[in-house]
Design a protein around this ligand. Structure first.
Ligand code: SF4
Ligand code: SF4
Length: 119
């Protein structure tokens, strides 16, 4: 295998940014303890829903990233990019499992951006 062969299977950057139209089957979750904050995944997301965690949460110069869960379409591109180019810090969870585990309800809509907290 040539040195740069693994780059061939890296997803393409999105030609344009779109929006979620219905609740996806899977949702991306960043393991913040494992994420370097390199932001390599950010421009690959076709709905532009990956952003740095607000500075006050960790108070470190380069914070990890997080997903605006209710905007994610579950395409898995960020997880592939992170695994292939950087650090393997993104998990794809089935939506029902995500909702039960994090007590967050997702919807067909993109509001609220992080989903609705279940009571
Ligand atoms: S590519 Fe991976 S390590 Fe880098 S910011 Fe994204 S999730 Fe974090
Ligand atoms: S799976 Fe990742 S790249 Fe795809 S929409 Fe969700 S956050 Fe964006």
């Amino acid at each position: 295998m040539a040195t740069y062969d693994h780059y061939k299977s890296i997803p393409a950057l999105p030609a344009k940014i779109t929006k979620k139209k219905k609740k996806p089957k899977m949702v991306a979750v960043v393991d913040e303890d494992n994420c370097t904050g390199c932001q390599v995944c950010v421009p690959f997301c076709p709905v532009d829903c990956i952003q740095p965690v607000p500075g006050h949460k960790y108070n470190i110069p380069i914070p990890p990233v997080q997903i605006r869960f209710n905007e994610c379409i579950g395409c898995q591109i960020c997880a592939r990019v992170c695994t292939q180019l950087t650090w393997d810090a993104i998990d794809m969870l089935p939506t029902a499992q995500f909702e039960a585990q994090y007590k967050i309800e997702l919807s067909d809509d993109i509001e609220p951006a992080y989903g609705k907290t279940k009571s």
